[in-house]
Ligand binder design. Sequence first.
Ligand code: HPA
Length: 244
Amino acid sequence: MTTPKLLDTTDKSTAHIKPDGVPIAETILLPGDPLRAKFIAQTYLDDAKCFNEVRNMLGFTGTYQGTPISVMGTGMGIPSISLYTWELIHVFGVKNLIRVGSCGALQEDIELYDVVLAQGASTDSNYLEQFALPGNLALLSSFRLLEAAKRIADDKGQRTHVGNVLSSDIFYSADEQYNQKWAQMGVLTVEMEAAGLFANAAAAGVDALAIFTVSDHLLRGQHASTEERQTAFTQMIEIALGLA
Ligand code: HPA
C-alpha cells in the first residue's frame, strides 16, 4: 500500500464539509454515528483535529502510529453516505474509504460480535440507476483493502466472514420474508450504506471497503448488549486502523 498523504484543504469547502484549512488524510474511516468518529479520534489518534462540524457530522484528522488518517461520520443510509463520500473523493481527493459499522446477520454460522468484511454489496436502492449502465454492476470492495484487512484480522485471531452484504434502504420491511429471500442467496448480513460507498468508489476509481461487527442476529432475534458491542467494536476499529 502506498503511504497515505495529507490533503491540503486550503480554500476548499462544500455544502456539507467545511474543514477551515484542517487537512484531510487520503485514508478515512467512516462510522455512521458522528459521535463514534469523535470517540475513535479521541481514543486511537494522536494530535486529532476536527475538520468538520457542519450538521454535527463530525470529522477528525490525526495520526495512527505516525501515519495520517481521518475519521468522519456518514449518517445512516445510502443517500447520506453517498453525498459525504462523493465530496470527500471529488472535492478533497480522498483515496481509501473504509466504512466501519454494525450489521444484522442473515446466516446461521455467523455469531453476534463476529467481524464481517464486505467483499461485495447487494442493494435494493436505485442509486446505481444514475449511471445508466446497460445491466447490473456487481458492487465490490477493493481487493487490496479486503486482502489486507483479512490478513490483519487473522493475525489477531479474530473470527471473520467475507462475502456479500445487503445494503438496504428499508429498516422496517413490510415483507416478512424480506430477509429470508436475501439469506437464501447467500448474503451474510444486512446494513444500510456500503453499496452507496462502493458505487461512488467504482465510479471514481478509488478504493473502498466496509467492515462490520455483528450487532444483531436477524434469524435468531438476538441483539448485542452495549458493553459487548464495545469489545467487538474495538476489534473492528483495530483492523481498520491497521489499514493505515
Ligand atoms: N438492519 C439494518 N442495518 C443494521 C441492522 C439491521 O438489522 N443491524 C445493524 N445495522
